[in-house]
Design a protein around this ligand. Structure first.
Ligand code: ADP
Ligand code: GN1
Ligand code: MG
Length: 360
């Protein structure tokens, strides 16, 4: 790993390289500097099975960080409150490195004094993280979206995800798993039409594409302890999409009463106070640029993203755990059940969420 890190122009004496974070796709390591006052780095192996077009992915990340950096450095107010990722190039000037085993790596500067939250404890935390995601979208509002590559085609297209899901169910590759999931499969089908509404509006052009992050899991925002500054991270999936994807994944992960893989489904619910915090934070920043059509269907995006994840986790369980990292045999099933239960509870509170959005 040290050899890989040496391909980049970080120029520090390395103290240690240790695994970091709990992502389900890439492998992340923190590179500590021997000088405790010096800069640390984050070394990441990009999952090439999932991201087939690493050069396209890094192209997107370079363009977006450059664009954000120019905006931030030209405004004193932004410099004090907001950061973007700093990509460290290799000695040949590239933004990523391919090792002799074919693995792809990149390095970014580690932001000290910031932290992420795997679980949101208060409406205030939800509010602050949401402001950061809202500002990310606002700063990218005039980014030329056509310059971005679609690195994972149809990533949040639930209509396509459902087609894949139904193929996996009917192929019956793991019959024991399919029979154990009859109830979940029925729920997926019961709400499929309602959950396809946003994608239909995207396809018909009623809702337009913007630059979206597409993985606004709450732990993909770094906040300073006193919330005075923030940085949106994990830019692998930045590509064209509808704003519902980002608002929805933020809602899914910041307003749930449990972690993503809770086994005790009785504990899974939406915390409407946290939803209020998230919606306030996001919309205070972004509402001025959103269209009526975007706002009208925004409440549906929390349940939609919980549903998309539920369908994806269940698909992976039925396909034999080929996509996500798992820690035990039923991990994808636990995740799927939790996300589908969350979908159900969120749908029950749809009108409350719509009223909160309207009132911001
Ligand atoms: P993953 O794909 O594994 O989710 P991330 O890029 O989100 O990878 O990084 C994993 C974790 O590492 C994040 O949740 C965050 O806590 C931390 N992290 C990521 N980037 C930085 C950074 N530039 N500075 C400090 N911490 C970071
Ligand atoms: C994956 O890598 P990570 O953990 O940030 C996934 C997201 C899911 C998330 C669920 C490229 O994100 O879409 O929402 O797991 N990323 C990819 O925890 O599939
Ligand atoms: Mg992450």
């Amino acid at each position: 790993m040290k050899q890989v890190f040496d391909a980049f122009t970080a120029n520090i004496q390395v103290e240690s390289i240790e695994p970091f974070g709990g992502g389900l796709i890439n492998d992340t390591f923190r590179v500590r500097n021997q000088n405790p006052e010096g800069v640390d780095f984050l070394l990441q192996r990009i999952n090439h099975q999932v991201f087939k077009d690493v050069s396209g992915l890094m192209h997107n990340m370079e363009l977006v960080t450059q664009f954000l950096n120019e905006k931030i450095s030209s405004s004193v107010a932004l410099q004090d409150t907001c950061q973007t990722l700093k990509i460290i190039p290799t000695s040949s000037g590239l933004s990523y490195f391919q090792d002799e085993n074919g693995s792809f790596w990149r390095v970014v500067k580690f932001l000290k004094g910031y932290r992420s939250y795997d679980y949101v404890e208060s409406a205030e935390q939800a509010y602050q993280g949401a402001r950061a995601f809202g500002q990310f979208a606002l700063l990218l509002d005039d980014f030329p979206v056509q310059d971005l590559k679609e690195t994972i085609p149809s990533f949040h297209d639930i209509i396509k995800r459902l087609t894949t899901f139904n193929e996996v169910v009917s192929s019956n590759k793991n019959p024991d798993r399919v029979s154990a999931c009859r109830e979940e499969i029925r729920f997926v089908n019961d709400v499929a039409d309602q959950m396809s509404q946003i994608e239909r509006s995207r396809r018909s052009g009623v809702i337009k594409d913007r630059v979206t992050h597409n993985d606004t899991k709450f732990n993909n925002v770094l906040l300073k302890e006193d919330f005075s500054s923030h940085c949106v991270i994990d830019l692998d999936t930045v590509m064209p999409g509808v704003i519902h994807y980002d608002f929805g994944d933020g809602v899914r992960t910041s307003t749930s009463t449990t972690e993503e893989d809770e086994k005790d489904l009785g504990l899974v619910d939406i915390d409407i106070e946290k939803f209020n915090g998230f919606a306030q934070g996001y919309l205070e920043v972004l509402k001025p640029v959103l269209t009526v059509q975007e706002l009208e269907s925004l409440a549906l995006s929390g349940p939609l993203l919980a549903y998309i994840m539920g369908v994806r986790f269940l698909t992976d369980y039925l396909a034999g755990d080929v996509y996500y990292k798992i820690k035990h045999e039923t991990h994808n099933l636990d995740r799927a059940r939790c996300q589908l239960r969350l979908t159900r509870h969120m749908l029950d509170r749809l009108s409350d969420m719509a009223a909160i959005i309207k009132a911001v």
